[in-house]
Ligand binder design. Structure first.
Ligand code: PLP
Length: 419
């Protein structure tokens, strides 16, 4: 019996319900994944008990001799995976990985330039409500209205005008590849440093399936829980000459004690990502995304930029039916057991809580073992639910089929049995 089951039945019930939800639905949220049993186990170890402020060999607490081994493992594996000079594995999240760069390289009031949130960028790339937009003068580049891709001439024009100290590349909802070398050229011209936030496609970079920003960027940040398939967390990489500033930005600049159980889980995930099977997994993510994109377009949906080069795609619902909103479709799909998130499309006339788009991604389904033929089924369920007008009977029929289907693709690890 799990100790939580015995000591705290109320908490246990909610955990089991969440596990059952994950097990019986199709996870299409592009930023989520299912970790391996080893990563899950590492996150649930007594390492959570330990304070270890500082860095390996230089701690403010006693008893860190094994903690040092674990943090060094995570660092060494990350360096080998990405080929970076230096890495700090202590940021608790992707947001803090970015904040560490701001603290290391900027002063309040400095100018930053990143992709606009409404065009796929992230909150932490200068949105006014975020610390990045409140403490810095944030400018944004947008996508070309025709191609819905990044236009480097436009980026260059804005960079020349606003003269940023930091140029941010990377995004949360951009389905195409990034040309980090072209950004570096602009950054050098205007005297900026480049921060590549590869939170979404880090797994693809680690396996050579997406161009690497490491040679071209002073800083590379990432979450560890998306395509990289580790625990919910972050890390920041940098060139050797920024290493000291970065480390003191993370600690003591931003954080106190590192979450050593999560750093152990990162070490486990990075070890897995070094195996040949992880590259096969990432290749399958891309194959699945291509087939899902084609199948959705076959059902009459328009995809932003006409398709995808990575693990995600943005479905513009208006081509299917002008009245469809992302909020309504997200709810209908959820009732049918297909989990997605509403997302603005470039130049959307609807607000963020309504939207005209849905973002979908293949990392989690690929972890469960789904391949190309199953992607066509997923697209069909998506279409039946999105075209249902919210009809409860239609949604229940899809829900029953999805529940039955998921039984053949069990999650990698179950904490609660018999739920
Ligand atoms: C590009 C990008 N950067 C940063 C983050 C922030 O990560 P976290 O939610 O761990 O703070 C995200 C999360 O979705 C992201 O997509």
């Amino acid at each position: 019996m799990n100790p939580i089951e015995q000591s705290d039945p109320v908490l246990w019930q909610a955990i089991c319900q969440e596990q059952n939800r994950q097990d019986s639905t199709l996870e299409l949220i592009a930023s989520e994944n299912h970790v391996s049993p080893a990563v899950l186990a590492a996150a649930a170890t007594p390492l959570t008990n330990k304070y270890a402020e500082g860095y390996p060999g230089k701690r403010y607490y006693g008893g860190c001799e094994f903690i040092d081994v674990i943090e060094n493992l995570a660092r060494d594996r990350a360096k080998a995976l990405f080929g970076c000079d230096h890495v700090n594995v202590q940021p608790h999240s992707g947001s803090q990985a970015n904040q560490a760069v701001f603290l290391a390289a900027l002063n309040p009031g400095d100018t930053i330039l990143g992709l606009h949130l409404d065009h796929g960028g992230h909150l932490t790339h200068g949105k006014s409500v975020n610390i990045s937009g409140r403490w810095f003068k944030a400018f944004h580049y947008t996508l070309d209205p025709k191609t819905e891709r990044i236009d480097m001439a436009h980026v260059q024009r804005i960079a020349r005008e606003c003269k940023p100290k930091l140029i941010i590349t990377g995004a949360s909802a951009y389905p195409r590849l990034w040309d980090f070398a072209a950004f570096a050229e602009i950054a050098h011209e205007v005297g900026a440093v480049q921060m590549a936030d590869i939170a979404h496609f880090a797994g693809l970079v680690a396996t050579g399936l997406h161009p690497s920003p490491v040679p071209h960027s002073e800083f590379v940040t990432t979450t560890t829980h998306k395509t990289l398939r580790g625990p919910r967390s972050g890390m920041t990489m940098c060139k050797a000459d920024w290493a000291k500033k970065l480390d003191s930005a993370v600690f003591p600049g931003l954080q106190g004690g590192p979450l050593m159980h999560i750093i152990a889980a990162k070490a486990a995930a990075f070890g897995e990502a070094q195996q040949p099977a992880f590259k096969t997994y990432c290749e399958q993510i891309l194959k699945n995304a291509k087939v899902l994109a084609e199948a959705l377009m076959g059902h009459g949906y328009r995809l932003v930029s006409g398709g995808t080069d990575n693990h995600l795609m943005l479905v513009d619902l208006r081509a299917k039916s002008p009245n469809l909103t992302g909020a309504a479709v997200e709810l209908w799909l959820q009732n049918a057991g297909v989990i997605v998130n509403k997302n603005m499309v470039p130049f959307d006339t609807r607000k963020a809580m309504e939207t005209s788009g849905i973002r979908v991604g293949t990392p989690a389904l690929t972890t469960r073992g789904l391949k190309e033929p199953e992607m066509k089924k997923v697209a069909e369920w998506f279409d039946r639910a999105a075209s249902s007008g919210g009809d409860a009977q239609v949604l229940q029929k899809v829900r029953d089929e999805v529940t039955e289907f998921t039984r053949s693709y069990p999650l990698p690890h179950l904490t609660c049995s018999g739920t």
